[in-house]
Design a protein around this ligand. Structure first.
Ligand SMILES: Cc1cc2nc3c(=O)[nH]c(=O)nc-3n(C[C@H](O)[C@H](O)[C@H](O)COP(=O)(O)OP(=O)(O)OC[C@H]3O[C@@H](n4cnc5c(N)ncnc54)[C@H](O)[C@@H]3O)c2cc1C
Length: 444
């Protein structure tokens, strides 16, 4: 049974997130983008308002929200500023490996703290030499007595410059690929932990992005999120639960661009008419609306699957891939409708266009999502149709007459090369259409 109705609680959450986005994020979004700073007071307000950390389970002092709740909230935040939405949501990304981990004592140690105090936690798999290929991690973890010792650098880490805690993925042996990957919770003020200068970016400039460096960092064994061999799967499971939120960012940003374009199109006049009266503009708006709606449906489906305890990897990939690409298309058309004004920094679309470009890159590029989806389609997917070579397609023979021939002892032979169908006890010595030999024929 399908039901797309949001519950009264979800509608209230959506309203709360929208009010917060309009009141606390929208008025400051362009300023912090311009000066390339992350406004800590806005993050703090998001924490105080209960907009952040919605997924901390109830037993650890959180609201225990599901993924559908999270995507409803992130759509609203990203509609106001995708950069700030990224930094606010980053706590959920950083915490997800901990929530998924089987180390209950570690959950007890950190989750109540993050629920009660304003603490930021980031997520670090990427390195200067790898991003997509998580099995290529080089950050080294060495076991020494009751500690692990970390050495290496993580790159492109959202909130790296401001986070108190970090979920760090490392390896016991770079040659062993995914078999050596492990993960830890590391604290910023431990000896040997440092973060680099913030990385200057095209968009999402209100979100902090920096490198993390670990020099002989001693991590107590109790802080193991995943032992060697289990870190890779933990990272992939994390993405399965966080990629829908990236899709929701894209929906929010695209929705805003569409709304700005609709508003402009109704007011801007050309050739004596509002440009909204021109069919060329109306069709652009129809396609923008269709893309926003389709993207949201995919995002909600992925979130719903995860909330039901199903493996959401595939739908999460499709949701992220489709939404991030649809958002780019919507932004392109929105800017086209605003035309010259759209291209300026005095109107909102150029920032959204820059911010939106990142969705196709972080948490798995569009190419990686295509690998996941095509891997399934070409592998585990179970088709309803029989294989092509088993289809007796013969347009010139009446199917009933064909059945009569079969009943009369004649078999149906299909040339696997060109599709020609032959009715007889035996296949022909060679195909009369493509001249392939008898061996090309298969009984249909
Ligand atoms: C602003 C920002 C914030 C980020 N935040 C975080 C964070 O918080 N934590 C974190 O761990 N990482 C973070 N990242 C890193 C991000 O996840 C990576 O940039 C991303 O996974 C891609 O990795 P890469 O840049 O190293 O590209 P590469 O992996 O080097 O890929 C380069 C190109 O090759 C393509 N490619 C790679 N392999 C294949 C293949 N097998 N087949 C086809 N094409 C392929 C890619 O799609 C891409 O187009 C962030 C990045 C940015 C820019």
């Amino acid at each position: 049974m399908l039901d797309f109705t949001l519950t009264p609680e979800q509608l209230a959450l959506q309203k709360k997130a929208r009010d917060f986005a309009l009141k606390e994020i929208l008025p400051v979004a362009w300023y912090y983008d311009e000066i390339h700073e992350t406004p800590m007071h806005v993050l703090r307000k998001a924490f105080d308002a209960g907009i952040m950390n919605g997924d901390i389970p109830v037993e650890y002092g959180g609201p225990g929200g599901g993924l559908l709740d999270a995507v409803i909230v992130t759509e609203e935040l990203a509609a106001a500023c995708p950069g700030l939405a990224t930094s606010i949501f980053d706590n959920s990304l950083g915490m997800e490996p901990l929530i998924l981990s089987s180390n209950d004592a570690l959950k007890e140690k950190y989750l109540p703290r993050i629920a009660k105090e304003f603490k930021l936690i980031c997520f670090a798999t990427s390195e200067p030499t790898m991003g997509s290929d998580v099995s290529g991690i080089r950050c080294l973890a060495k076991e020494e007595g009751d500690h692990w010792v970390l050495n290496g650098t993580k790159h492109w880490i959202t909130n790296a410059g401001i986070a108190d805690y970090m979920s760090v993925f490392a390896t016991v042996d770079p040659e062993s690929q995914h078999k050596g990957i492990c993960a830890f919770i590391v604290e910023r003020d431990w000896e040997g932990v440092s973060s680099g200068q913030k990385i200057p970016k095209l968009g999402q400039r209100a979100s902090n992005t920096a490198a993390l460096n670990f020099k002989d960092v001693r991590v107590p064994k109790e802080n193991v999120l995943a032992p060697p061999g289990e870190g890779f799967v933990l990272a992939m499971k994390t993405f399965g639960r966080t990629r829908p939120a990236i899709g929701a960012f894209a929906v929010g940003a695209a929705r805003s661009a569409m709304e700005f374009a609709i508003d402009y199109a109704k007011k801007r006049r050309a050739f004596g008419d509002p440009i909204a009266n021109f069919q060329a503009i109306q069709f652009k708006i129809a396609e923008m609306y269709q893309k926003v709606e389709t993207a949201r449906l995919l995002v909600w489906k992925a979130a719903w699957e995860a909330d039901k305890g199903m493996d959401s990897t595939l739908t999460a990939s499709m949701a992220k891939m489709y939404s991030s690409e649809a958002a780019q298309e919507v932004l392109g058309e929105a800017l086209q409708i605003l035309a010259g004004y759209g291209y300026t920094k005095l109107f909102p679309v150029e920032k959204l266009l820059r911010d939106t470009r990142l969705f196709k890159i972080y948490e798995g590029t569009s190419e990686i999502q295509r690998m996941i989806v095509s891997g399934f389609a070409l592998g585990a997917y179970e088709p309803a149709m029989p294989p092509l070579e088993d289809l007796p397609i013969q347009r010139v023979v009446d199917p009933e007459e064909m059945s009569a021939q079969e009943e009369g002892g004649k078999a149906v032979w299909r040339c696997r090369m060109c599709g020609y169908v032959h009715y007889d006890e035996e296949p022909p010595d060679e195909c009369p259409v493509c001249f392939f030999p008898k061996t090309a024929f298969k009984k249909a």
